[in-house]
Write a protein that binds this ligand. Structure first.
Ligand SMILES: Cc1cc2nc3c(=O)[nH]c(=O)nc-3n(C[C@H](O)[C@H](O)[C@H](O)COP(=O)(O)OP(=O)(O)OC[C@H]3O[C@@H](n4cnc5c(N)ncnc54)[C@H](O)[C@@H]3O)c2cc1C
Length: 307
């Protein structure tokens, strides 16, 4: 058995993925081979038994060719849930004659075969998918897995040079998206607003100063984003971002199943809502039944005094 984890850099998702790879390798007495694409090799060398480092001008075909060679003979191949991984995982599985499943929240190896747990029906139920062919390839909601402790002594890093790859794709220009703030998916604390906020001024005047005091990032429900009160990049949920913060503060959000699908990995949910029967309270660890316009200023005052 051999387990391969594939990483694009070393962020919280990569650390969670390496942690899960380490756990599976230890449980099955197997080797963990981490492949670092464009950075992260030094950190991965303190978790894995073997690291291959590839620097590549990203192009799916070239990357796929290199990965197919490096993963030859592997039984289990794990990716995180970034766009590169979601693009490559099914193609790699096909190339190697294996099976693939996406959006996993848990992985087990039973008699050498891979079983991946996924959330279905907007997080209301879980499905366990048994992969019939080898290798089993999965992309996971990696941020919610526990990172492995970093060893003092790193393993060796093999640097792989990708040969020029004949491809029909011609890249005309590359544009890098301006990164104005940290990724919502990596946030430890999130302040999120819903339709009950009532308009954009509630986000700016009430929620954003609260987020600043908490060192939190802002998010919103789809209803608030669709209304144009919050940018679409803030949307959390089934058709938005999947987040896994330590604290998710849901303000004037009802807690529809499609919203909850994006926060099922949150460690703690706290909610402020005027409706005591709002579904969000069924998931929240802490809740305040009150108008947010009364509660949020009090919270800000309290936080200011604590600073
Ligand atoms: C296919 C599909 C995909 C979807 N994907 C997503 C998704 O990714 N993300 C998502 O969020 N939704 C998604 N939705 C929409 C989802 O079903 C809900 O409609 C949406 O989440 C509701 O947003 P909301 O809770 O902000 O608004 P509402 O349901 O209108 O709830 C507003 C809440 O605010 C409370 N409130 C009102 N005034 C105050 C006040 N002054 N103080 C405190 N509380 C107050 C109310 O009691 C209420 O609970 C999707 C729907 C479909 C069909």
């Amino acid at each position: 058995m051999s387990i391969v984890t594939i990483h694009f850099g070393f962020d919280r998702a990569a650390a969670g993925l390496a942690g899960e790879g380490r756990r599976l390798a230890d449980a099955s007495n197997s080797e963990l081979h981490a492949i670092a694409i464009n950075g992260g090799a030094a950190d991965l060398a303190r978790v894995a038994d073997r690291v291959s480092s590839i620097d590549v001008d990203y192009q799916p075909e070239a990357c796929l060719a290199a990965l197919a060679e490096l993963c030859h003979g592997a039984t289990t191949i794990l990716f995180a849930n970034d766009t590169y991984s979601q693009e490559l995982a099914p193609r790699l599985a096909h190339r190697l004659g294996g099976s693939c499943v996406g959006d996993g929240v848990g992985v087990e190896l039973r008699d050498g075969a891979m079983r991946v747990t996924r959330q279905v029906y907007g997080g209301k139920a879980q499905a366990v998918i048994a992969l019939k062919r080898t290798p089993g390839v999965a992309w996971l909601r990696a941020r919610s897995f526990v990172p492995a402790p970093l060893r003092d002594t790193p393993c060796e890093i093999a640097t792989i040079t990708t040969p020029a790859f004949a491809t029909k794709t011609r890249i005309i220009e590359r544009k890098r998206e301006a990164q104005t703030e940290a990724r919502l998916e990596d946030a430890r604390v999130i302040v999120s607003g819903g339709r009950g906020i009532g308009g954009p001024e509630g986000f700016h005047a009430e929620l954003e100063p609260l987020a600043e005091l908490l060192g939190a990032q802002m998010a919103a429900s789809r209803a608030a984003c669709d209304a144009g009160w919050a940018p679409p990049t803030w949307q959390v949920g089934q058709t938005g971002k999947k987040v896994a913060p330590e604290l998710y503060l849901a303000i004037a959000i009802t807690g529809a199943s499609q919203h909850m699908a994006g926060i099922s990995e949150a460690k703690n949910i706290a909610a402020i809502n005027i409706d005591p029967d709002a579904p969000i309270f069924r998931h929240a660890r802490f809740g305040i039944v009150e108008d947010y316009r009364k509660v949020v200023p009090l919270l800000r005052e309290k936080l200011k005094k604590m600073q």
